[in-house]
Design a protein around this ligand. Sequence first.
Ligand code: ATP
Length: 323
Amino acid sequence: MTRIGVLTSGGDAPGMNAAIRAVTRMAVDAGMDVVGVRRGFAGLMAGETTPLNARSVGGIIERGGTILGSARCPEFLTEEGRRVAVDAARAAGLDALVIIGGNGSQTGAYALSKMGVRVVGVASTIDNDLPGSEITIGVDTALNIALEAIDRLKTTAASHRRAFLVEVMGRDCGYLALMAGIAGGAEVVAIPEIPCDPEAIAKELRAAYERGKSHAIGVIAEGAKYPAAEIAAYFREHHERIGFDLRVTSLGHVQRGGAPGAFDRLLATRLGAAAVEALRNGRDGVLVGLLRGEIATTPLAEVSGTCKPLDLRLLHLARVMAS
Ligand code: ATP
């Protein structure tokens, strides 16, 4: 009987559990044996596995995080570490692996596939910077969490004629900040892709004040050149130039937590099932993602070590909408 292993790697994303469930139930339905690997590549190297069946993945579709645990594993970056992982996968009797994660994880997946392991990747990261999927598991939920926070901050900002700087996650990619800024009606957005200094942000906020706005929101990506705290320190010294009283809120890991929304549950279910289908059809060395609204596979070789560029025309849209 074919035995497949499933693991979650890198930062957790809402919907990972739905993907584990889909992989397990699809594989069991196809007569395969399924093993969960704990703590990503770290658990793979240590041989930390647990049998999964249709019942053991019950009651998890609505839960955020990952029941298998996740980890960042520096040892796996070395050839020696990956050799340990390949040997451990063989010792556990795994015929193939489904790897649920973002850029780093899929780069690791490709490295394993080059060493002869049958691997299929599932696109999952809240950063949405993974090529091979126009949207990845977790993005929609994380965006909605950021939006809820922005909406609430706007209410209090308007009551006190304040500006709020909201720092959102996304590592080196500005996708979440830009989309949250557009959907949340932010006055200014700072992203890593376009360096923007505190003075430029101060000017935008001042301009919003002069246009008669009762409040202003600045969305700052965590990877932006100047972090929100640094911008706030600059503003404290130049308070009179901004007009608004200013506060800073960092959403941090709040953005990852919580129940996945319908979009992420469905995407994760479709991608997890498609990963098993790919293996059944004799395919591996590919990432399963969503392209032009359809489930599609992309060779891991094309995905490995690359980042999906942000559509910077959306920055212009954000500016015009802030007028
Ligand atoms: P997210 O960006 O959502 O946090 P991710 O999958 O990009 O997810 P990373 O921390 O970048 O998260 O990567 C997860 C793990 O993948 C790393 O800890 C490491 O074990 C492995 N990995 C990352 N980069 C490589 C690489 N170049 N070669 C082999 N393995 C890698």
